[in-house]
Design a protein around this ligand. Structure first.
Ligand SMILES: *[C@@H]1O[C@H](CO)[C@@H](O)[C@H](O)[C@H]1NC(C)=O
Length: 325
């Protein structure tokens, strides 16, 4: 009986990305395997362990809970969508972690682990979040030049999709601040503000997503594109090159000139940092800074935009993208 008083379930809080207090967050993408950590912390002098516990994993869906897996001793049940994909890790007697394989789009969200051992009922929460990057895009013509159809084409050209509201919202929670309104996949036009200021919809309104609501699809705005990442890698070639020379330099290196999406993904997902302005495939010149410092985007981590300069200017190096072989 005394052992029950010693029971504490705790969630490992290893994630450097954890924002919400108490909820462990895991960033992944479709097709990957993830382990949702949950442990029964037990006084080592008692050996009740998992054998005497009932473990229930469920997924929160609004106010509802969807059953994922229930385990009572040797008896285990895995529910519908998770059959063949959900397993208890059971690395030791106190391990209630859940291995979820081949992550599907519907799997993203908050999971609850409920361990019932005698009188005690202990809960921990783990959130599976989409790893990826949302970036604003406007074409060489300048800002507010894309109708909805153009916006879809612009993201496709970047090997990406138009971001959903949820993706933009998560990007905003991750610090994205952008003062130009862009299309989202649901046909609304919005922009994310983390630092309210006068020239971006007012300084007295709260931080958040500012929305223009659903717009006529022929209206012109920028767009927010989303990519869950690329398997290849980005590198820089130094030089004072024209745009054509830049394209060729990447080809000589066995790669291609990088797209805007490649540089954003490398910056956001791999911490790529390079304080050199370089050509990109759309004719823009940018550089990725993940460690802000004097002369290199001192105020914030960002992919800095230099502009769409004259393609014959011999001023810049180039960013190249090497697809995985
Ligand atoms: C996920 O786990 C399964 C089963 O263990 C394995 O076959 C598969 O290769 C893993 N997938 C990834 C992306 O690691």
């Amino acid at each position: 009986m005394i052992s029950l008083l010693c029971l504490v379930v705790f969630c490992l809080s290893l994630a450097s990305n954890a924002h919400a207090a108490g909820t462990h967050q895991i960033f992944t993408r479709p097709g990957e395997n993830v382990t949702l950590p949950c442990r029964l912390k037990l006084d080592p002098t008692f050996t009740f362990g998992m054998a005497s516990s009932r473990i229930k994993w469920s997924k929160l869906n609004g106010a509802d809970e969807i059953d994922v897996l229930v385990s009572m001793g040797f008896h285990k049940v895995v529910y519908s969508d998770f059959q063949g994909r959900a397993h208890l890790v059971e690395a030791d007697d106190n391990d209630a972690s859940l291995l979820l394989t081949n992550i599907q789009l519907d799997d993203f969200g908050i999971y609850k682990c409920d361990i019932i051992n005698g009188m005690d009922d202990n809960i921990c929460e783990v959130e599976i979040r989409m790893q990826g990057v949302v970036f604003p895009y406007s074409p060489p013509l300048g800002r507010y030049n894309l109708n909805f159809h153009d916006a879809e084409a612009a993201c496709l050209e970047q090997d990406t999709t138009v971001a959903s509201f949820e993706q933009l919202y998560q990007a905003w929670k991750g610090g994205l601040d952008w003062c130009n309104a862009g299309w989202l996949s649901d046909g609304t036009v919005q922009y994310p503000i983390t630092r309210p200021r006068e020239q971006c919809g007012g300084s007295r309104t709260d931080a958040g997503l500012r929305t223009y609501g659903r717009q006529n699809k022929l209206s012109r705005f920028d767009v927010f594109c989303f990519t869950s990442g690329f398997s290849g890698h980005v590198f820089f070639v130094e030089g004072k090159l024209t745009f054509d020379e830049a394209t060729e330099a990447c080809q000589i290196a066995g790669a291609m000139i990088a797209k805007v999406s490649h540089v954003f993904a490398a910056w956001k997902l791999d911490g790529y940092d390079r304080c050199d302005a370089g050509w990109l495939a759309d004719g823009s010149v940018r550089y990725p800074i993940s460690r802000p410092r004097m002369k290199c985007s001192p105020a914030e981590s960002a992919v800095r935009f230099v502009g769409f300069p004259d393609k014959n200017l011999q001023l810049y190096g180039t960013y190249c993208y090497q697809a995985q072989q």
